[in-house]
Design a binder for this molecule. Sequence first.
Ligand SMILES: Cc1cc2nc3c(=O)[nH]c(=O)nc-3n(C[C@H](O)[C@H](O)[C@H](O)COP(=O)(O)O)c2cc1C
Length: 383
Amino acid sequence: MKVRRCTSVFFEPRESSRFDLGSLLSGGNGVMRERCWVALAPHLDGELRVSEEDVLATGRYSPEEWTVLDEPVDEVLLRLLACGLLIADAEVHGAHCLADERYRGLHWWPLAAVTQQAARWNAVDSVESMQRLGTDTVAGLLRSYGAPPSATLERKGVGADVPLMRAETSELDALMERRVTCRNFDSERPLEQALFAQMLQRVFSANGSIAQSEGVEFLKKYTPSGGGLHATEAYLVVQRVEGIDPGLYHYRPKDHALRPLSPPTLPLAEFACEAMAGQHWFAQAPVLVIYAPRITRSHWKYRNHPKAYRALMLDVGHLSQTLYLSATDLGLGAFVTAAINEVQIEQAFGLPALEEGPFAVGGFGWRALTQEIAEFDPMGSVW
Ligand SMILES: Cc1cc2nc3c(=O)[nH]c(=O)nc-3n(C[C@H](O)[C@H](O)[C@H](O)COP(=O)(O)O)c2cc1C
């Protein structure tokens, strides 16, 4: 049998602590600390606890060159082959080999791949967990963490400050001032189809395109995009739009059309709440937009590139601001959040995590008549 190491793996020495009555009764501080090694390998679905022996043994193999193993194979190697840190050419370990080949072909910068994989939430209720930790209010945050760094920064300068003139405000200023993250959507009022279509046209449609050469096409949109690649796809959860069946859709930017997708296994409203990690104030929006970059389009140009992931995140941020401003202009509320259950969204839309995994979710629709959940509107621009 021939083996090699998997393409990317990082080993983290991790310490966890737990309450231990035995320690307390024997005069200790009641805290039991445990140290272990954790392997973070993006071609695997989750992290793995490994031994020190496993760490050293993995490091002995090249990820490029196959090594012929002497038979019989020892226990450590068998364990590493079974968990996928070592890759064998034998069919019995074929699934790990395929997963690693697939990952290798995606051209991730390894640290970004680990981040993308490890930051995913699976059925997390972020609201419940913040309540449990007492970090759902400013008072609770203060109690737990003390005061934050100041709202503005005082740098030591090399001369007197240069005061700047204040410009007359324009319609653009007025629009930007009215932009307030909406946490109170009208749970009954449907969104008119014309407004829905206009929102998608402004934020996601291609206004033009050029085919630079065979198979190389660049789209032009209202929002900038790293490398001009516009890798971010918009997947929609349509809950209340006049004339459009509630369900999951993919937006087609050149045709300005929706492609219906299979429904989620849960009822739509329940799926929306789970996707939003329990943030019911967002889940109620008539339209949710999943921002899911196509990694392969970005990595076509930015191959194994340390800035590619950052550029994709910036792309999503830019799109989100276009969505916010467009919604505000049309009198609608809008939001964005990264506190999402990526795993449930990936399952519902069929998005492989390292190829098309979601980065954030936004949404828009009519505001409710009253503000039940706090919004940040100190100038009273909306409420
Ligand atoms: C990247 C990003 C993530 C956010 N995530 C959440 C979130 O998980 N939950 C939430 O209620 N608001 C979220 N927000 C909204 C912010 O809380 C909000 O922008 C901030 O409080 C300022 O209020 P404003 O947008 O009305 O100016 C997020 C905003 C951004 C830009």
